[in-house]
Design a protein around this ligand. Structure first.
Ligand code: PLP
Length: 454
């Protein structure tokens, strides 16, 4: 009898009581959970003590490693004892919230005016959509409300943010996307580029597709464009050179707000503090979360520039209230922990470390390109993807029913690697503190798992 079959085992109790996100519930009931017991640096240990290199930093978030260090735990403890809860509603404030808002504005990649705290990336993007509506109503143009994101984008799972998300699983049978959200071309030359088209020409075509969509809908109806600098959960898609330059020119021409979703890329992931810096982005709003607290406590933020904030302030002033906010948004303990994490980033130059070891990850992933199963490797900084292909020359994906992704996932697991296999793409986004030796161990194991999958 496996532990899972014992009725009071943790695994059996999990299956009995817990519904798991992004999990096939039928398979889960048959197989039970993997119980993650503890962490140490870039590794986690299961309940039997087997260790795994966590190649995705949990969910692209645990930048400083899986056991929070003493000083972070101490800050959380002290804040809990001093003021375990308070909120920013009705003009209240607490020092950790004030300090964190100030720190975010100070480090923002472009001038930002205000920070609105949320608890998750989904909430930050959902909030951005509400603010965009409020902004255009404030400016007296109620018809300018439609929002464009991209096929394969990931912006969250609330009704509005899941609508921005451009992935079939997030829409199917949820009756999404909601009205007023449109998707334009995914900037992935490997799949969407034409035969013989250069990456720059493909980027031009992406911008032309965006322009055509805007013209078809009427520029006066399009309010905003959302983009991740590198698309993460859609399969680690790095935009081709000149893509964002051309897209931003289209947005400017039609007075369309640019919202950059830095939920994965923010805080050092792409080799700079922000993906905006890596790709030259000039957003009006920035959503960020995850590595802001190394994932240790939930916290997210939406930053707004003055152009967006001023009409919102004036309109809310007229109404007598800005009618939005989350009970736990800007929780003092989360803010205190995030501040300590930001202090560690600075003291140890963690982003510079990530920038220094990132090329090793990219070089080692490129080394897998000759494997018969590998169609494309890609990435920037400490984020990368290895896309498996059924036919390298034709770039043909695997039939999902064939399940090569799940098979690769099982082999990775057996080899002591945890990551996510997104469709045919194995994603890597390890903790920023990973060393070159750990990168080598991780990719060596990935190479073995590829052979196992053949
Ligand atoms: N935006 C991006 C780019 C993300 O990767 C994610 C989550 O992975 C989200 C938004 C949603 O964040 P959350 O899961 O905290 O709601």
């Amino acid at each position: 009898m496996t532990p899972f079959q014992r009725p009071n085992s943790a695994a059996a109790r999990d299956v009995r009581h817990q519904m798991h996100p992004y999990t096939n519930p039928v398979a889960h009931e048959a197989n039970g959970p993997m119980i993650v017991d503890r962490g140490e640096g870039v590794r986690v240990f299961d309940e039997d003590g087997k260790d795994y290199i966590e190649g995705l930093a949990g969910l692209w978030c645990t930048s400083l490693g899986f056991a929070a260090e003493e000083r972070v735990a101490r800050v959380a403890y002290d804040q809990l004892r001093r003021l375990g809860f308070y909120h920013p509603f009705g003009g209240k404030a607490h020092t950790p919230g004030i300090d964190l808002a100030e720190a975010l504005i100070a480090m923002a990649p472009v001038p930002m005016s205000k920070v609105l705290f949320c608890n998750s990336g989904s909430e930050a993007n959902d909030t951005a959509i509400k603010l965009i509506r409020f902004y255009n109503n404030a400016l007296g143009r109620p018809e300018k409300k439609k929002i464009i994101s991209r096929t394969k984008a990931y912006h969250g799972v609330t009704v509005a943010s899941a609508s921005l998300t451009g992935l079939p699983f997030n829409h199917r049978d949820f009756d999404l996307p909601m009205d007023g959200v449109l998707h334009t071309t995914c900037p992935h030359p490997y799949h969407f580029g034409a035969e013989g088209e250069s990456p720059e020409d493909f980027a031009t075509r992406c911008a032309e597709d965006l322009e055509a969509l805007i013209q078809a809908e009427g520029p006066e109806t399009i309010a905003a464009f959302f983009a991740e600098p590198v698309m993460g959960a859609g399969g680690v898609i790095v935009p081709p050179p000149t893509y964002f330059e051309k897209i931003q020119a289209v947005l400017k021409r039609h007075d369309i707000l640019f919202v950059v979703d830095e939920v994965i890329c923010g805080f050092g992931r792409t080799g700079n503090a922000w993906g905006c810096q890596t790709f030259g982005l000039q957003p009006d709003m920035i959503a960020c979360a995850k590595q802001m607290s190394s994932g240790y406590l939930p916290i997210a933020a939406l930053m707004l520039n003055e152009r967006v904030y001023a009409p919102i302030r004036d309109n809310a002033g007229r109404i007598g209230m800005f009618g939005h906010g989350f009970t736990y948004g800007g929780h003092p303990v989360s803010c205190a922990v995030a501040l300590e994490v930001l202090a560690i980033y600075k003291e140890r130059d963690v982003f510079a470390h990530a920038a220094a070891v990132g090329p090793r990850l990219q070089q080692r992933l490129r080394g897998l390109a000759d494997h018969p199963l590998v169609g494309e490797t890609r990435g920037v900084g400490l984020i990368g993807g290895v896309e498996l292909s059924r036919d390298k020359a034709a770039r043909r994906p695997f039939d999902p029913a064939q399940g090569v992704g799940p098979a690769m996932g099982l082999h990775l697991h057996a080899r002591g690697i945890i990551t996510r296999v997104i469709g045919d793409t194995v994603a890597f986004s390890p903790p920023l503190v990973i060393t070159e030796e750990e990168i080598d161990t991780m990719v060596d194991r990935v190479a073995l798992a590829l052979d196992d999958t053949l």
